[in-house]
Design a binder for this molecule. Structure first.
Ligand SMILES: Cc1cc2nc3c(=O)[nH]c(=O)nc-3n(C[C@H](O)[C@H](O)[C@H](O)COP(=O)(O)OP(=O)(O)OC[C@H]3O[C@@H](n4cnc5c(N)ncnc54)[C@H](O)[C@@H]3O)c2cc1C
Length: 417
């Protein structure tokens, strides 16, 4: 059976990997010239199993109001005359209800734990190198009020089988000595030793190379224009190549892994996916003193900023902006990332080498990826991974392939269909 995967970000490439491992004939289509060139290109790098709580939680609406009008606010809404944006915002507010947050957190935690196992197994089997570090994630709290929630969070993580411990400021510095130079007081932290970090783009590219060696066909520079459907199945997809020449591709089944662009392509088939782009930014810079740079990945819980060391470079990422499909880099949104680096890791990056980047998180209101079957019998979804696509990629892909083979889902998750 020939399965065509649409989209070669981290989600699409891992889907192709597990399909190939299961014996399917696989091809991959992407409008870019290579794998992982859009949202999977320069994300925060964290395999963050210890952060299953979605952005949509009971405190989110109040935080959003507090941040209103601040240029450096972690969340910025640029209202547009786009009904999809408003529908998404309303659905997001509904997901902030406490019981929905609890349900979403449990589902993400289960998928994240499973995904961590899958990533480990894949790494053992392939020996892939992607600037990975397995030193955990240290979550930092800047104020005693925020730190007061640490024990509750650790207990909740323990309930999901995720190891974490509350750390006083001195413990944080013992775990990550680079924090000793921090210029503002630290209230405390949580250390999750099972978490990891790594370069999602390198991983995606390296895995795509393995797939090519395994006989998977890639259609690069190929834009998917439309899915042709009838009688409850997808019959073919219309495409255009880099020179604008049009054509069609045919397979027995299709998997949509098109990130933020999934909703627009599926709308004509009658499916309304609740995916909207939430823009984020990162900076990547060379380390001036690699020996003094952090080894542990960091999450600043107060500022919503994450930081991962990738080889001899540092990646700092964060901010959320509802601005449609605009991927322009706004200097005022990059500024908080630079300020954070100067305050927390002073003198550690070569500012002349900074590479700024912006990408669109394919976000569902509750941050639950859409994984499973659809109303068309040969169309499957693995998309909408929002803030955690790198963390959840391997688990989502392997679970989807189990479902496609008619097997029992390997993890308790609200799969589609
Ligand atoms: C600033 C930032 C920081 C982040 N940090 C983290 C983190 O630390 N940890 C974590 O787990 N997650 C993180 N994420 C989220 C993660 O990066 C995403 O969830 C993940 O990359 C989504 O992968 P994807 O494959 O679904 O989408 P993409 O990587 O966007 O892949 C979609 C692919 O579809 C292709 N495509 C789209 N439309 C078409 C079309 N019409 N025809 C052909 N091809 C098409 C694109 O070219 C692209 O290659 C972060 C995101 C951002 C923005």
């Amino acid at each position: 059976m020939h399965v065509m995967v649409l989209g070669a970000g981290v989600t699409g490439v891992t889907t192709a990997w597990y399909l190939r491992q299961a014996g399917f004939e696989v091809s991959l289509v992407d409008r870019q010239a290579g794998a992982g060139m859009e949202t999977s290109f320069a994300n925060g790098g964290q395999i963050s199993i210890s952060h299953p709580e979605p952005w949509a939680n009971p405190s989110a609406p109040w935080l959003a109001l507090r941040w209103l009008g601040r240029a450096d606010a972690p969340l910025k809404i640029r209202p547009a005359a786009d009904p999809a944006q408003w529908r998404w915002v309303l659905a997001f507010l509904r997901e902030c209800l406490p019981w929905r947050t609890r349900r979403n957190t449990a589902a993400i935690a289960a998928l994240a734990v499973w995904s961590g196992h899958c990533l480990g197994r894949l790494r053992d089997e392939t020996g892939l190198e992607y600037e990975q570090r397995r030193r955990g994630i240290l979550h930092l709290f800047n104020t005693p009020r925020e730190f007061a929630q640490a024990s509750r969070r650790v207990a909740e993580l323990a309930h999901f089988g995720i190891e974490a411990r509350v750390c006083q400021p001195a413990d944080c510095i013992a775990i990550e000595p680079a924090l000793a130079a921090r210029q503002s007081p630290l209230a405390g932290g949580i250390h999750a030793p099972g978490d990891e970090s790594g370069n999602a783009h390198l991983f995606t590219r390296a895995l795509a190379e393995r797939l090519a060696q395994a006989g998977v066909r890639f259609h690069w520079n190929t834009q998917v224009l439309q899915l042709n459907h009838g009688n409850g199945t997808i019959n073919s997809i219309d495409i255009a190549d880099g020179a604008g020449r049009r054509g069609a591709l045919i397979a027995d089944a299709y998997v949509v892994c098109l990130g933020s662009h999934s909703a627009a392509l599926l709308a004509p088939t009658g499916m309304r996916l609740p995916i909207y782009p939430v823009k984020g930014y990162s900076i990547t810079a060379a380390l001036t003193k690699p020996a003094r740079a952090p080894e542990v990945s960091l999450t600043d819980e107060s500022r919503r900023i994450v930081c991962s060391r990738l080889g001899d470079r540092l990646r700092v990422a964060g901010t959320a902006e509802l601005a449609g499909f605009d991927t322009r880099i706004r200097p005022e949104r990059i500024r908080p990332l630079l300020d954070w680096t100067r305050q927390n890791l002073p003198g550690l990056i070569d500012e002349a080498s900074i590479e700024p980047w912006a990408g669109l998180r394919p976000a569902t209101p509750g941050n639950l990826p859409l994984i499973g079957s659809s109303t068309n019998t040969n169309l499957w979804l693995n998309t909408g991974h929002g803030t955690l696509g790198w963390t959840l990629a391997c688990g989502s892909a392997s679970a989807l392939v189990a479902l496609m083979r008619g097997e029992q889902a390997p993890v308790a998750y609200p799969f589609l269909g």
